[in-house]
Design a protein. Structure first.
Length: 253
């Protein structure tokens, strides 16, 4: 008995299925590449915008006290209209003596002198040696708004308020500083280090008082705020050990 096997060939259908599979694979690869490009370009930017804290900075410059305390005292001229006229005394003799001709005094030039308020004469000093930037914290507190003039002194930042610190930078050296910057490590979530714009050069005795505020505060007690002046070592200083200060503050959640 003879058995016959029939084989049906469907080449067209097989080719179509294979083609669709290949096209689908290519489409998936292409979509994956597009998603990778999108993530690389846009996702990090979005994350950085959400995570970064906003910082608010205000400052007040005060010149050296030697300059601020100077006042000008006008000189005084003594009027000579009623000044006595010099006369001669007749000699004790029988011979008459002719009186000397009166001499009228002449007023001298008017003068003015500059005196410091303390009562000693100001002596201008030429800068010499090295500058010395020092930093000290005046207080901590919070801002009621983005305006640093709303600063309030407090040991705790209330819930919903912006944390803030007030500090002063002084040139206690004997020379000018040149331009400089400062950094502030802030208790934000996530942690953030603020670098200031370039600050003006300070003469000996000059100082700048800053109010620095920040949002996205990190809840908790004894959160540290660190201020570092001349962190880039741009100023030739006589003392580099007084450029950093740390202050703690409580932040209510």
């Amino acid at each position: 008995m003879e058995t016959t096997t029939t084989i049906t060939h469907r080449p067209a259908r097989t080719v179509a299925v294979n083609t669709l599979a290949i096209v689908g694979f290519i489409a998936l690869v292409f979509i994956g590449i597009l998603l990778a490009i999108y993530a690389a370009r846009f996702v990090p930017t979005a994350i950085s915008r959400v995570g970064s804290a906003a910082v608010y900075l205000g400052s007040v410059f005060t010149p050296s006290e030697n300059e601020a305390d100077l006042v000008v005292v006008p000189g005084e001229s003594i009027p000579f209209e009623n000044a006595p006229v010099a006369t001669s005394t007749p000699a004790a003799t029988t011979t008459p003596v002719t009186p000397a001709k009166p001499v009228t005094p002449t007023a001298g030039p008017s003068t003015s002198t500059t005196y410091p308020v303390g009562g000693t004469v100001a002596v201008p000093q030429t800068p010499y040696g090295k500058a010395d930037l020092t930093v000290s914290v005046l207080s901590v507190g919070y801002l009621n708004s983005a305006d640093t003039s709303t600063y309030r002194v407090a040991s705790e930042v209330p819930d919903g308020k912006r944390g803030a610190i007030k500090f002063v930078v002084t040139n206690t050296g004997t020379n000018v500083t040149g331009s400089w910057k400062f950094k502030a490590e802030l208790p934000t979530s996530p942690s953030y280090t603020f670098t200031s714009p370039t600050q003006k050069s300070l003469n000996p005795g000059d100082k700048i008082e800053f109010v620095l505020g920040f949002d996205k505060t990190k809840d908790g007690n004894n959160r540290e705020i660190t201020i570092m002046v001349d962190s880039g070592k741009d100023v030739n200083e006589s003392n580099e050990n007084n450029n950093e200060v740390v202050k703690k503050i409580d932040i209510e959640g």
